[in-house]
Design a protein. Structure first.
Length: 112
């Protein structure tokens, strides 16, 4: 019979437990709001697996050049950062959702 007390915590690609990941995301979001760093792309990172890949950089360019320049875009960004960590977590664990999100993100990434 397995000892449940020695069960290892699930870790992401960075080696973080879910609690550590949540704290890091909150820290990044606070830094972004203060203008100290580029904003995280939670959903694109969940889909592509790395915040540094060329597709995620293209999505950031889209955000910065198309969305930030108008009121509706800024409203979208506000709600994106409010709800996207939970959506990204769902996408990360659902292959169909990942494929659907990747399809639409690839369209944006090709344009930008």
């Amino acid at each position: 019979m397995a000892n449940r007390g020695t069960q290892r915590a699930r870790r992401n690609w960075r080696g973080e437990t879910p609690g550590e990941e949540k704290k890091r995301r909150a820290r990044e979001l606070a830094q972004y709001r203060k203008g100290k760093r580029k904003g995280p792309c939670f959903i694109a990172t969940a889909v592509y697996g790395s915040p540094d890949c060329k597709e995620v950089e293209a999505i950031r360019r889209f955000r910065d050049t198309a969305l930030r320049t108008n009121t509706l875009g800024r409203i979208f960004i506000y709600y994106y950062y409010k709800y996207s960590p939970n959506v990204a977590n769902m996408i990360k664990h659902n292959m169909l959702a990942t494929k659907i999100a990747k399809y639409f993100l690839n369209i944006i990434a090709r344009i930008y």
